[in-house]
Design a binder for this molecule. Structure first.
Ligand code: PLP
Length: 284
């Protein structure tokens, strides 16, 4: 595989980053994951805008222009022959010598890494037909979940805990209310209304979420942005989550309680279809 590292396209085995890099020793890095369908990049502007926001919140800088980002994405898709898959992008604060809690001096170049991951059945994911099962866990992450940092240890622990119980994922709960999934934004449907937590520092501002809510509003579907509990979710008609890699994914069980009749709901299925259609239209 050919990867991108700081201005160069390299075979993956030759792409090396310093052991002093703050992404490595401090988790001082931000990232994006973008889907590729039919060789085209989905939601490019959304991901680039969020990357810029994450970096600004952490006072990180990177002088790549929008056109340069496009070019890197396209080069990687072409060089790795990606028809369907993901592009992982990470910018860390780089390093200027020894490990130090203080940020390195201004002008220290960031470390920019991008690579592709070929995937089959991203759009035709069989899980979208069966739905997935989740457990709930307390949300033990830090309180700036709106910044997409690489500090993913707790979400990783949560996925392992879910798997140990034979489930697929975890929904996080804080102060009695669901925040989001371990790597996705979550929704319930009651009497045709789509309910999802409002944006704040408590959740990541999902790119898929923003587009999906826009498409749902255009389709005259009713949306309510407010927190909900696990109990409310368990007694909802439907549940689902969104993310750049899963699009819209039905959830059929929470903490061993079936949602609705325990099969993927009609609203989630329709939203998945709408999302794939619409996001492909604006793919570049
Ligand atoms: N919430 C968290 C914690 C995530 O990690 C992600 C994606 O990785 C999302 C939500 C969904 O965001 P997006 O739709 O931009 O992929």
């Amino acid at each position: 595989r050919t990867v991108y590292l700081n201005g160069e396209y390299l075979p993956e085995a030759e792409a090396k980053v310093s052991v002093f890099d703050r992404g490595f020793v401090m988790g001082d890095a931000v990232y994006e994951v973008t889907s590729v369908l039919g060789g085209k990049i989905l939601e490019f502007e959304g991901h680039m805008n969020r990357l810029a926001r994450s970096m600004a919140e952490l006072e990180m800088t990177c002088d790549l222009t929008r056109d340069e980002w496009v070019e890197i994405h396209r080069q990687l898709i072409a060089r790795n022959n990606i028809d369907e898959g993901l592009i992982y992008l990470q910018v860390s604060r780089g390093n200027a010598g020894d490990r130090d809690f203080h940020y390195p001096p201004e002008g220290t170049p960031p470390t920019v890494v991008l690579y592709t991951q070929a995937k089959q059945n991203l759009a035709n994911d069989p899980k979208a037909k069966t739905g997935i099962k989740v457990i709930s866990l307390p949300d033990l992450r830090w309180h700036r979940r709106d910044i997409k940092t690489v500090q993913l240890l707790y979400p990783s622990m949560a996925k392992m805990a879910a798997e140990a119980q034979g489930k697929h994922d975890a929904w996080f709960v804080e102060d009695g209310f669901v925040t989001e999934g371990s790597s996705n934004n979550v929704y319930i449907v009651k009497d045709g209304k789509i309910i999802t937590r409002q944006l704040s520092h408590d959740i990541l501002h999902g790119i898929t979420r923003a587009s999906l809510l826009k498409y749902a509003a255009e389709a005259q579907m009713e949306i309510e942005e407010r927190p909900f509990t696990i109990e409310e979710a368990q007694s909802a008609d439907e549940a689902f989550f969104t993310s750049a890699s899963a699009f819209v994914m039905p959830v059929v069980e929470i903490d061993n309680a079936a949602i609705g009749d325990g099969t993927p709901g009609r609203v989630a299925a329709r939203l998945r279809e709408i999302y794939l259609d619409e996001s492909l239209k604006s793919a570049i």
